[in-house]
Ligand binder design. Structure first.
Ligand code: NDP
Length: 283
């Protein structure tokens, strides 16, 4: 009997495991470039993380990605951190360099690569909606890229305050908080407006941060981190207003590209990765 990928995972774990879009995307790139590499999806319980990292080290893995709940806890089991991961305080990508396991964070850099295809982030004024992990990664990279000003809008003021306090002092970007409101008013002069919350993620596909797009400047570039669905109501409303938009699929592809580059040294073809992801999300 031949098992498909999802059935194989179910067989390995003994219970149904959802298809991992990142695996599908990365392995599509490996195949396209004739790389005899594999990218595996494994579920690790929090209490098993130390043993899992030791296992990856012992088995000579070139690296691995991590997701919630391991992004912070893994730091104690690594040898060093890259600059972004240190400033963000979280690791989503581990890279073996000689005998060392180095923690990197590619989430914010993936976003910045998408942004750079539309605007140079240096000297921009940004409104960032959200203060969770994705917002934190993006805020750090915007600061490192020389953004002039970032306004954080978040439902929980404490979380926004923690992010602002972690950043202030180490960056020259002006940082401020704007309280969550309905509608969220975007002042004139904002170059880039970003939804970095989980609002709009599948299956909640009708949801959108309550931005009043009727008064958004048409020159404002509007970005969403949500990869699934790639076109969110937030981006649809921005496009209807006449704003240029950036989707979250690009961020996911770029962080995948950065990981592949770290592990294999090869800069993979992004169109192959986008096609693979679109197929997964259309299913
Ligand atoms: P977190 O749980 O760390 O943060 C969630 C954020 O969304 C918080 O700011 C939270 O506000 C806000 N939020 C959630 N629900 C609501 C709501 N109903 N009303 C107002 N605010 C809300 O998640 P992450 O930051 O890790 O992830 C956020 C999104 O980014 C996810 O959808 C994920 O898919 C996406 N992502 C995309 C990537 C890509 O490559 N495209 C990479 C990484 C993440 P509060 O603090 O008040 O709770």
């Amino acid at each position: 009997m031949k098992l498909n990928f999802k059935q194989q995972l179910t067989a390995v774990f003994g219970h149904p495991v959802a298809e991992n879009p990142t695996q599908v995307m990365v392995e599509a790139a490996y195949r396209h470039h004739d790389l005899d590499w594999r990218y595996l999806t494994v579920e690790v319980l929090p209490e098993d993380l130390p043993a899992a990292v030791a296992g990856a080290r012992a088995m000579g893995f070139a690296g691995f990605n991590l997701t919630i709940p391991h992004k912070v806890a893994v730091i104690d089991h690594l040898d060093s951190l890259g600059e972004s991961a240190r400033m963000i305080g979280a690791v989503n990508c581990v890279v073996r360099r000689d005998a060392e396991l180095v923690g990197e964070n590619t989430d914010g850099r993936g976003f910045l690569e998408s942004l750079r295809s539309v605007i140079d982030p240096a000297h921009t004024t940004v409104m960032l909606i959200g203060a969770g992990g994705a917002a934190r990664a993006i805020a750090v990279e915007l600061c490192l890229a020389g953004a002039d000003r970032i306004t954080i809008v978040n439902r929980s003021e404490e979380r926004a305050a923690a992010l602002l306090s972690d950043l202030s002092g180490s960056v020259s970007t002006a940082l401020q908080y704007q309280a969550w409101s309905d509608p969220i008013v975007v002042p004139t002069g904002v170059d880039v407006l970003i939804n970095a919350t989980s609002i709009g993620l599948y299956p909640d596909v009708e949801a959108s941060p309550p931005v009043d797009f009727d008064i958004v400047d048409r020159r404002t570039i509007v970005a969403d981190v949500i990869p699934n669905p790639p076109v969110t109501p937030f981006l649809t409303r921005a496009a209807e207003r006449g704003c240029r938009t950036i989707d979250g699929l690009g961020m996911l592809i770029n962080q995948g590209r950065l990981g592949i580059k770290y592990w294999t040294g090869l800069d993979p073809e992004p169109t192959v990765m986008r096609r693979a992801l679109e197929e997964v999300f259309e299913r």
